[in-house]
Design a protein around this ligand. Sequence first.
Ligand SMILES: *Cc1c(COP(=O)(O)O)cnc(C)c1O
Length: 426
Amino acid sequence: MKLYNLKDETQIVDFETAVKTGLGRNQGLFFPKEITPLDNIEQLLSMDVHSRNYKILKPFVSSNLNDETLQKIIEKTFAFPAKIKAVNNTEYCLELFHGPTLAFKDFGANFMANCLTSFGSDDKPITILTATSGDTGAAVAHAFHGLKNIQVVILFPQGKISELQQKMFTTLGDNIHTISIEGSFDDCQQLVKQSFDQRDLVNSVGLNSANSINISRLLAQVCYYFDAFSQLPADKRDQVVVSIPSGNFGNLCAGVIAKILGLPIKHFIAATNVNDTVPRYLETGEWSPKETIATISNAMDVSKPNNWPRIEYMMETEQFASSALSGIGVSEEQTEETLQAIYAQGYVSEPHAAVAYHGLHKSLKDGETGIFLGTAHPAKFKSTVEDILDIDLSLPKELAKCVVKEDLSHEFKADFKQLEEFLYNL
Ligand SMILES: *Cc1c(COP(=O)(O)O)cnc(C)c1O
């Protein structure tokens, strides 16, 4: 399938180029011009996960990956499950946190890493440079750890992320290089942008960012919406509302693609914390991002969501009706109360999923079935969850393992020259 630059229709690339370059000219996002629905969704839902994901992904990638390669990539990527858990008779959590770093980002990061190593090497080096305020760093580091010909450099703001989160990516070593920057997350992102502006640097080290605008990350996420339906009782599949805790809107974008492919999702709820640019936009038609505010659902502290233009495109081209989407901004107090309300039903969740549950529970009507996405394991937000619910949480083995390891990160000033030299000398 060909992919178009949404800001410049004359730039048309194949899947491989889109994965390797990330963004197109003028910072445009790559996207298919039109998404072709799949036939026989019932049959698709009755297949095993790997066969189904193969059918879903093949049309998008077949110009660059042959059948056998795609099958191997799928086996390696979807090596951990997405699980539907009932909170009550009508509301289900889609648990996406059973991967190596306990967050849904493991699906996309793994798929991207497996694609990049399968394209057939032209022996050019690849350097992944990414800034993280939490979950992305860990997912990317684990997905790319130990891969040949690929160096990974992760920048994070010194002292601004939890020790638990930090140790999930600073203790790996080998081809994973981590740098704590004396500054804010914005300073880290600025350094990444500056690096991509240096044409010589980009070409000579093969710079790539691996962030959520990469089309490969989105495509992997389309698959778990089908997986969710396949796990619902058959009589509950025709009135399904899906609520998505949103930051950069990659997850919602993947859900909308799943609907266009034919999955009968009735309605989407885009749930954000107080950084509510999209819910306000859906209500007023005005795009007016505000200053980003720090919240307990910190992976969604985004006020300029970078995947929104793709969702907008699917609406403009009438592939997706805007009436099938509503938005809600959820306050900190509501998030805490909701986390307690979920716990009262015997289920331990975390702030991001609680934001989604709040939106779902408020709008679910008789006869509908609700799914909210569980984007991270509660233990990743251990102290917050423990405080709000007044319980003790144990660390899963993935986290317990890295807490005791040595932190291998470098410390840099927010200075481009030092970073540039480091990148050239990897
Ligand atoms: C990244 C992240 C989100 C936001 O997902 P988007 O696809 O960027 O909207 C939500 N919850 C958690 C735990 C995350 O790590």
